[in-house]
Design a protein around this ligand. Structure first.
Ligand code: UDP
Length: 479
């Protein structure tokens, strides 16, 4: 694009410090760098380790403007232990304190804007005050939700129509009003906002106001995945958005995929050799993202369900859950099960031909990464936007089977146990033969192709990024 006349357009990215928000934003910075723009990522020293390898890899490919990192010390936040600078390193109980405490970064961020003088900022929805700082300097701010159109539309519609307030006592299921498809949700899969801390409600209100002050939203999705909802978001809800995903597809070779996120708890040789030794499309990949934990009792049911399914699996278990491991599981399943304790090179595994299904907690990145790999899903949502994402996968796109997680709960001990037999049956329903399973696989495969095409030159996401860059260049010229 033609920003060269004034030097490359300088974009400052400020992601929320959580893997599910930082990794796609770093991918976005890589995408912008590949188009000749000048990206800088604003973060704190404790978060550098998560993103530096990916950035080094991208910078090694010789872009005109390397991605720069700009760090400021993590602020002291009452109740957050020293050294915990990422949401994934604090317990769920501390999440609200963490969000509120990030407001202490406002002054350093303001100073950085004065120093760096970017042309535009892309900042996370959970950093609403960045919109005011951008406005004060007369620069556009784009908001990043880390979610998709369907979820945004469903969420806003429920709120707008005051659906929960009007449900009769004891009534659990409702149809989300005003959406292009008939989609049912359960009250039990929604958080009870009466229990939200006032500080959290404040942040939610501020994010809404900040969004209205922003130029629009950059969405990690692609038009062909959810055209009705992309249109609904813009035409009915009146928002501006640029869909530029799937962002993770900017990681093309093994090194890109390997070096995304934390250091993997397994060597690339071992991981790839293990996958190479399995039949095509036979392996179930099981991962619940970077923030979710389970009780030991639930982990044991998952282990038993995987074993009973008889399918090869890769199961990622977060370090926190180390003491759960059932005696002898790995020996019993022999070469059929690979347990990764800690961090898995997820997008590398998903893109391997041996993988045929993804049991996921329905974090949006995981879903989109699975869609990009052409995979169908077993859905096991836990909290946040995950229950909405499940509906998109199961009801709208029809590429998933729900395991039956129907309670919104941040804390593992508040969730009903899902038993091994149910887990086994759902995995076999997904991975087995039969018309429904074949249709799901075929739809997922077709979406995977559309995802790849969307980011290629001339594809919908490629073009939308062109449009965004042109508009930002025009805005700069107008200043
Ligand atoms: N991820 C990974 N390895 C892991 C766990 C997570 O690479 O062991 C990545 C995953 O590919 C995704 C992100 O971390 O890009 C998690 O984001 P998601 O929205 O799926 O879930 P969250 O962690 O935010 O709940």
């Amino acid at each position: 694009m033609g920003s060269e006349a004034h030097g490359a357009l300088h974009i400052l990215f400020f992601p929320l410090m959580a893997p599910g928000h930082m990794l796609p934003m770093v991918d976005m910075a890589k995408l912008f760098a590949a188009r000749g723009l000048k990206p800088t990522i604003f973060t704190t020293p404790g978060n550098v380790r998560l993103i530096q390898p990916s950035i080094d890899n991208a910078n090694g490919s010789g872009h005109q403007n390397p991605i720069q990192l700009f760090t400021v010390p993590f602020p002291s936040i009452d109740g957050i232990p020293d050294g915990c600078e990422n949401l994934s390193s604090v317990t769920q109980e501390l999440h609200v304190k963490f969000f509120v405490g990030l407001g202490n970064l406002r002054e350093p961020f303001k100073d950085s804007l004065a120093r760096l003088r970017p042309d535009c900022i892309v900042s996370d929805m959970f950093l609403p005050w960045t919109a005011d700082e951008a406005a004060e300097r007369g620069m556009p701010r784009l908001v990043f939700h880390g979610s998709n159109f369907f979820t945004q539309c469903a969420y806003r519609s429920i709120e707008h129509h005051k659906v929960l307030e009007s449900l009769a006592p004891g009534e659990d299921t409702f149809v989300i009003p005003g959406l292009p498809h008939r989609v049912e949700l359960r009250r039990s899969t929604m958080p009870d906002i009466q229990t939200f801390a006032p500080e959290l409600m404040d942040i939610i209100l501020q994010t809404r106001e900040a969004e209205l002050k922003s130029l629009g939203t950059v969405m990690n999705t692609f038009y062909e995945l959810e055209p009705d909802y992309a249109d609904h978001f813009c035409n009915v809800m009146g928002r501006r958005a640029w869909n530029i995903g799937p962002l993770s597809l900017c990681n093309k070779d093994v090194a890109d995929k390997w070096r995304r996120g934390n250091e993997a708890s397994i060597t690339s040789e071992f991981c790839l050799n293990w996958l190479d030794s399995q039949e095509p499309s036979s392996v179930v990949y099981v991962c619940f993202g970077s923030l979710s934990d389970f009780t030991t009792a639930q982990l044991r049911e998952i282990a038993a369900g995987l074993e009973a399914s008889g399918r090869p699996f890769v199961w990622v278990v977060r370090n926190h859950s180390e003491e759960w491991i059932p005696e002898g599981l790995e020996e019993r399943v022999g070469g059929k099960g690979l347990i990764i304790r800690g961090w898995a090179p997820q997008i590398l595994i998903l893109s391997h031909v041996a993988v045929g299904g993804f049991l996921t907690h329905c974090g949006w990145n995981s879903i989109l990464e699975g869609v990009s790999a052409g995979l169908p899903f077993v859905t096991w949502p836990l909290f946040a936007d995950q229950f909405y994402n499940e509906r998109l996968i199961v009801d709208v796109l029809k590429i998933g089977v729900a395991v039956g997680s129907n309670e919104y709960a941040n804390k593992p001990e508040e969730r009903k146990i899902i038993e091994a037999a149910k887990i086994e049956a759902t995995i076999n329903e997904l991975m087995g033969d039969g018309k429904d399973a074949d249709e799901r696989r075929e739809k997922a495969r077709a979406l995977g192709e559309l995802a790849q095409r969307a980011v290629e030159k001339g594809g919908s996401s490629y073009r939308d990024l062109d449009n965004l860059i042109s508009e930002l260049v025009e805005k700069r010229s107008a200043v």
